[in-house]
Design a protein around this ligand. Structure first.
Ligand code: ZN
Length: 215
């Protein structure tokens, strides 16, 4: 007889996930776990298990490949996410998007708030929404608070592309997908983005597809 997964202690769920070899399965939109606010992490995983889980998230993010992965995306409802962006982009794109390299890091119980009123709008994708991208206008700069995987407090201001990744992954922990914040008319396949909308900014896409950009 199977037990409903929400009744299994989360440490057992993680042990079960880690029993299989290789990258974890990334769940796609439509799975309710992606829409539930995740529980704050409060020692539900022993340090050794937390370390193994973080490593599995990292491997899965690399394999995808992606620049961030949140625990609910692998079916675990805890406020934990990993980020890493080597930012292999041309200088022109780096300048327009503020896409600077982001070394690997773990966010535990993160939250963010906008700093200043500036917004930045760019195409964004999600491993849980495979095949598609859309333009999301987000605060250009946020204050990130929370902790790292060792329980050390985090309180810093993040800007540029790293600010976008921080917001996207933290939103996952609140049951929010980037599509909830996207310009619906900007929705484009990966192929369309690669063939038509790979300019440093989405201005041409906004004109051609008919969606607004922040001033
Ligand atoms: Zn995502």
């Amino acid at each position: 007889m199977s037990t409903p997964s929400h009744r299994v202690p989360v440490a057992e769920q993680v042990e079960e996930l880690l029993a299989a070899e290789g990258p974890l399965t990334v769940l796609a939109a439509g799975d309710p776990v992606l829409r539930r606010p995740a529980e704050p992490f409060d020692g539900q995983l022993e340090p050794a298990l937390l370390a193994r889980f973080v490593e599995a998230l990292r491997r899965t993010m690399h394999a995808a490949p992606g620049v961030g992965l949140a625990a609910p995306q692998v079916g675990i409802g805890l406020r934990i996410a990993v980020l890493e962006d080597p930012a292999p982009v041309p200088e022109e794109v780096r300048r327009a998007r503020g896409r600077v390299p982001l070394p690997f890091r773990v966010l535990v119980n993160p939250s963010y708030e906008p700093v200043g009123g500036e917004r930045a709008a760019f195409f964004e994708g999600c491993l849980s929404v495979p095949g598609w991208q859309a333009v999301v206008a987000r605060p250009a700069r946020v204050r990130l608070t929370g902790a790292d995987e060792h329980g050390r407090a985090v309180d810093e201001v993040v800007s540029g592309w790293p600010a976008r990744i921080v917001q996207h992954e933290t939103d996952h922990l609140d049951g929010v997908l980037y599509l909830d914040r996207a310009e619906p008319r900007s929705l484009s396949s990966h192929q369309a983005v690669a063939e038509r909308w790979n300019q440093p900014t989405p201005e041409e896409a906004a004109r051609a597809l008919g969606f607004p950009l922040p001033r």
